[in-house]
Design a protein around this ligand. Sequence first.
Ligand code: G3P
Length: 228
Amino acid sequence: MSTKVLIINYKAYKEAFSKGLDIATYAKQVSTETNVEVIVAPPFTMLSETNKIAKTIAQGVDEVDPGAFTAHITWFELKAVGVSGTLLNHSEERYAYSRGGPLDYDKIKEAVDKCKAAGLETYVCVQNTQEAEEIAKINPTGIAYEPPELIGGDISVANSKPDIVKEFCEVVKKSSSCLALIGAGIKGKEDAIKSVELGSDGLLVASGILKEENYKAVIDELVSGLSQ
Ligand code: G3P
C-alpha cells in the first residue's frame, strides 16, 4: 500500500501556540510508527521550532524572490529555515486577482516553480475540479480539494461530496503525478476510510485536531482510517 499523508494545518488558532509543539511531537511519533506521513503546517513564527521536531511545511509562500518585499514570505526564507515545503492557495489566502475572483494561475506557477527549484514540496489547495485540472498542469507535489463552505464545520467533504471527491481524484491522477488530498470538516476514522475509498492519497485537517482536547485520539483515528 502506498504511503498516505496527513497534513495538520494549525492556521492561526490560539491552540497552535499552546499545543503546537506537542502535536508536532506526536506527528513525528506516528510517522515513525505507521505508514502514514504526518506533516505539520504551523504559523510562520513557529516554523523553525516545529521543524526541529517533525516534518514541517509553511501555510503559504509569495511568488517573489528575496528583496524589498515587506511582509512577504519567500522560498528563500523557507529554505533557510529548513522546512520541507509549503501549502499554497489555501481558501483563506487565495492567489486570486481580486477577493473572490478567479485564480491567478501564472502567479501560482511562479511560486510553485521557485519552490521546486529550491527543492521544496508544494501542496496547492483548490475549491473545485476545474481548478484542480489547471493546477495539475503545474504539477505540484500535491493538490488538495477543500470546498470552502465545509471548512471549519462538522460536515466532512468525504461524506457530503463523494462524487466530487472521486472526480477530483480521477482528474488529478489522469493528468499528473500529484498526490490527491482532500480536506474540510474531517474529524474521524470514517472520513479517512471514505476518502481513501474515493481515491484520495491523504487529508488536510485543522479544527478537528487543533480544537480537540484529545488530539492524539483524533490523529490515531485518522491514521488508522488512512491505513485500512
Ligand atoms: O487546510 C485544512 C482546512 O482548511 C480544513 O479545515 O477545520 O475543516 O479541518 P477544517
